[in-house]
Unconditional design. Structure first.
Lengths: 166, 166
DNA sequence: TTGTGATAGTTTCAAATGTAACCATCAACC
DNA sequence: GGTTGATGGTTACATTTGAAACTATCACAA
């Protein structure tokens, strides 16, 4: 089998993801001028209530500097309040202010509605297939393992050609 | 239904894609120090034989400046040859040199083998589901339309909340 | 033939990003 | 108490990126 980019899985994933990201991000960009990292921090705190920067990073799969900057930006908007942990003063417990919660409550249903509208373009069977397939792919990629701790590497895939530098 | 990032489609896509991209890119990075855009240009030319920068951009869904820089870089490696169209001197017909083709022939089977190894972690049913679901998602996102011409926008999705700036 | 507008491709510039260094704090051990 | 190593989080620096400006060329029309 020859390699064709158009049918190659990582390429297809990339393209679909980029397009989805563009379409979804238009919602919070148009409404509030939020960037993707800012939206993710908002959504994470909207869901969790309170979290540290590290927890947000793990939960939203973002680099810690990205989280740091997004948090700083949302704090400038007065959407995030920060409280230093009394026992461990390295920790900053972050949570949404009333304004932040209001913004989240305004955005969340729009985001879910757009997701619903997108999935409504799929037949029920296709929808099931997407959920099944995506979950299986996540498992295959080792996302479950990655989630807990970024420490140990995945067990390598069975690839006869792996590491054959040639 | 509340918005939970972990079950939210664009977020799941993003995470899976980022992880897949990292894993796949390790192959050509380790072997040749190629970047993602460089690999895509190589793969596109490996597939098409000859193409202009614009065609590569359309085919690989990359911004034209990204293509331009990746092409320049591969040219510095002497992996790409360029020939100006005799009838329209704005066009540059790009193709792989012998060295470029050799690199592609070395990489392509590794990439396909890794894809196969990844998909081997899925059951046959899950694999079918992934392909069905991904294809349906691509259609829903309008990737088919996007491919032909980046001109007209997609017909808007059915979203009761669209554009309700509040 | 000389504008005028479009197109292929490159370059410039500013913004976003990741790596690495850094600061403050903590836990553990001497 | 003081040193050592780890951790949460921020900052500095270099790289990557895309938008917009630019160059060269083309088609077309006055």
């Amino acid at each position: 089998m020859d390699l064709r980019l158009a049918t190659f899985l990582p390429y297809r994933l990339n393209r679909a993801t980029a397009l989805a990201s563009t379409q979804f991000s238009r919602i919070y960009r148009d409404a509030f001028g939020l960037t993707v990292p800012e939206w993710r921090v908002l959504a994470t705190l909207g869901e969790l209530g309170t979290a540290t920067a590290k927890e947000i990073g793990r939960d939203s799969a973002m680099h810690k500097t990205k989280v740091s900057r997004a948090v700083a930006s949302l704090q400038r908007r007065r959407w995030i309040a920060r409280q230093t942990d009394s026992l461990d003063r390295r920790l900053e417990h972050l949570s949404l202010t009333a304004a932040g919660r209001a913004a989240f409550r305004r955005l969340a249903p729009k985001m879910l509605a757009y997701e619903e509208a997108l999935l409504a373009r799929l037949s029920p069977a296709e929808r099931r297939a997407l959920m099944t397939g995506l979950a299986a792919l996540e498992r295959a990629l080792g996302i479950a393992e990655q989630e807990q701790k970024a420490g140990r590497p995945m067990p390598p895939l069975q690839t006869s050609l792996s590491n054959s530098r040639g």
